[in-house]
Write a protein that binds this ligand. Structure first.
Ligand SMILES: Cc1cc2nc3c(=O)[nH]c(=O)nc-3n(C[C@H](O)[C@H](O)[C@H](O)COP(=O)(O)OP(=O)(O)OC[C@H]3O[C@@H](n4cnc5c(N)ncnc54)[C@H](O)[C@@H]3O)c2cc1C
Length: 381
């Protein structure tokens, strides 16, 4: 029987995440947006709540969040601040390749490090010449006497300036194109790894992105996840799983902007009545509310499918596209409903708008999601 109610544990988790967003994140979100400082104290508190290391399984002593748990928590964190949501959920993205292809020993070694302290891991797929076209990766990792020599550049690595280790995708067999890629875990302290300056961004300024430069960086053979040549499949499966979490971020951010606009529409008096009384405003809010609910349903469906072990390439791409396009639409219209106040830095609406744009770009642009959806429907899935 279809049942869309959260379990009692998930409801408690949702309440805890919302309280965290209200009490811890919101009071400082403008500060970190303005300064682009790294919100270290917030990460410690997120770690104490189990949100930073949520993807570490219970069998290893971690919180062991299911994908449904993750989307419930991340909607609330993104409601608080989308930049902090991106910074915190980057750990789940980086850990997904370990979940998908790591041996029990690798999982234990790398994941339990995140339980010892508020540590970060980072996911390094994108390169300057390989963004949407991930199969065009030029980084090489050539095996030489039991050690991979890693060379090349990765860019836009979220959390990279502070990460303890990286899940890196590189060509171990340069002659084989996308089928020659492998996934490697690269510790921060690896000689030959240089971390570039942090990116100065338009929005989501509480998150950090850097370029990684590898020059003859030595990575032990035992740090490879899965077999040689599995890298592209691991990366795609990772994104199938984590796009539901991006979608949840879109829902949380859209909800934050919608709530602000609704409150304003009900209290702002013009022409002797609340602006909500104008059908142009109330119907706009009705449409935005509908799209937020539809986004959440798509998000839950994609997350539920991951938890059931079902293939969800189409559903996670649909959820990511719809929810993040909705976040952009809602944040844009929220400014319109708030009028001049919405354009002012006095109000969070302009931050929500800047934060939303990134969600249409990262973890595969929404054009690329449409390519994924089109390929799936062409193949009858
Ligand atoms: C703040 C931020 C954080 C990020 N975090 C990470 C991270 O942690 N790890 C990581 O590996 N990467 C990360 N990324 C990289 C991100 O996933 C890429 O930026 C994204 O996939 C797009 O690649 P690109 O920027 O090279 O754009 P391009 O691939 O150059 O695309 C440019 C434009 O062309 C369009 N386009 C390209 N090909 C097609 C096509 N076939 N059909 C239609 N349109 C097309 C795109 O949709 C886009 O609009 C991050 C990026 C940013 C900005």
């Amino acid at each position: 029987m279809l049942d869309l109610t959260l379990t009692p544990d998930q409801m408690k988790l949702q309440e805890r995440a919302h309280a965290f967003a209200i009490d811890v994140i919101r009071p400082v979100s403008r500060h970190y947006d303005t300064t682009a400082e790294w919100p270290e104290p917030i990460f410690r508190l997120a770690w104490e709540q189990g949100f930073l290391q949520a993807a570490v399984p219970k069998s290893l002593g971690g919180p062991g969040h299911s994908q449904m748990d993750e989307v419930v928590v991340n909607e609330e964190i993104a409601w608080g601040c989308a930049g902090m949501y991106t910074a915190i959920s980057a750990n789940t993205l980086a850990l997904a390749p370990l979940h998908i292809a790591g041996s029990p020993e690798q999982k234990k070694f790398w994941m339990t490090r995140l339980l010892e302290a508020p540590r970060l891991a980072a996911f390094a797929l994108t390169e300057p010449e390989a963004g949407s076209d991930a199969g065009a990766i030029a980084c090489t990792a050539i095996l030489n006497r039991g050690v991979y020599l890693l060379n090349g550049t990765k860019c836009y690595v979220t959390g990279g300036a502070y990460a303890d280790y990286f899940t890196v995708f590189a060509k171990t067999d340069p002659g084989k194109g996308a089928r020659g890629l492998s996934a490697l875990v690269v510790p921060r302290a690896t000689p030959g790894l240089r971390i570039g300056a942090s990116m100065d961004k338009m929005g989501q300024r509480a998150s950090n992105q850097v370029t990684l430069h590898f020059e003859q960086a030595e990575v032990p053979l035992e740090n490879r996840l899965g077999s040689e040549g599995m890298g592209f499949a691991i990366a795609m499966k990772t994104l199938d799983q984590t796009r539901a979490i991006v979608a949840a971020g879109g829902v949380g951010l859209a909800r934050a902007a919608y709530e602000l606009a609704l409150e304003h529409a009900k209290t702002r008096i013009q022409f002797g009545q609340p602006i909500f009384s104008n059908q142009a405003i109330s119907f706009l809010l009705a449409d935005l509310a509908t799209k937020i609910e539809a986004s959440r349903l798509l998000t839950w469906q994609a997350a539920w499918m991951t938890d059931q072990g079902l293939r969800n390439s189409k559903q996670s791409a649909m959820a990511k596209t719809y929810a993040t396009d909705t976040a952009m639409e809602v944040t844009t219209n929220a400014i319109q409903i708030l009028g001049g106040l919405g354009y002012s830095r006095e109000c969070l609406a302009e931050k929500f708008f800047r934060d939303a744009k990134l969600m249409q770009i990262y973890e595969g642009t929404n054009q690329i999601q449409r390519l994924v959806i089109a390929k799936e429907i062409q193949q009858g899935r």
